[in-house]
Design a protein around this ligand. Structure first.
Ligand code: URA
Length: 239
């Protein structure tokens, strides 16, 4: 059971104060009957709630897979920039956030949810969840880089060292002509700009970066940058 004002506000009907006003104005119906008390308790699984004639289904958690496009920030709100949460046009809940951050110029898999416990499980370094990235690198990536990444690299400075955990680097292709390498890198942490800083540590530059998977969750190839879909029951169960 949940308070009527919380039910409507959680599902994006307005701020808690606005919703209280709508309820007192008789604009909110429970099972077809106006209920004017914001504190009235409703059974979110069985009862039907409407605001101004629009049915509002209660959903405790929402989970969306977004193919983040470049140029959008991984935040819930930002006065100046477009955010990943704003891309989820048909979201019900108003408390969605991105589970982890991708840089503004990075593309790829981002889970958008309001399930804090799940986000914590995926992001905590102690859980060792694989995050897999595809990247194009300015420079010829070598077996020596693979070896160094497998040991962990210093992404700090000589004075203030910051070592990463081992990462699995695969060389997918090297174009000697353009000097661009294609790689896949799997890491279990999410330090600030980690992939870019790992390549800087071996004197190379990431020119394109896309996250392909996080644990069992794999970016759906059908999603173009900027597109999203709800997670399937199977994806959710596997997470
Ligand atoms: N590593 C980076 O450098 N950037 C990202 O967006 C993600 C991982």
């Amino acid at each position: 059971m949940i308070r009527l004002d919380k039910y409507v506000a959680d599902m994006g009907g307005g701020t808690r104060q606005e919703v209280k006003k709508y309820i007192r104005q008789g604009r909110v119906l429970v099972d077809g009957v106006p209920v004017k008390k914001p504190e009235h308790k409703v059974d979110e699984d069985r009862q039907q709630v409407e605001l101004d004639g629009r049915k509002i289904r209660y959903c405790r958690f929402e989970y969306y897979m977004l193919n983040k496009p470049a140029g959008v920030v991984s935040a819930t709100e930002d006065g100046a920039e477009q955010t990943v949460v704003a891309l989820i046009a048909d979201r019900g809940r108003k408390d969605l956030f991105p589970a982890g951050r991708l840089d503004k110029d990075t593309e790829g898999l981002l889970l958008i949810t309001n399930d804090g416990a799940l986000a914590h499980r995926l992001l905590s370094p102690r859980r060792h969840v694989d995050k897999c990235y595809y990247a194009r690198i300015q420079g010829i990536v070598t077996g020596e880089d693979v070896r160094r990444f497998s040991l962990g690299v210093n992404i700090g400075t000589a004075e203030k060292e910051e070592w990463t955990s081992p990462g699995r680097l695969e060389i997918l292709g090297v174009d000697e002509g353009s000097g661009i390498s294609e790689i896949r890198l799997t890491i279990q942490e999410g330090k600030y700009h980690q992939v870019k800083r790992m390549f800087e540590a071996v004197k190379k530059k990431v020119v394109y970066l896309r996250r392909e998977s996080m644990g069992s969750l794999v970016l759906d190839k059908k999603l173009k940058p900027g597109e999203y879909r709800r997670l399937t029951d199977e994806e959710l169960r596997d997470l």
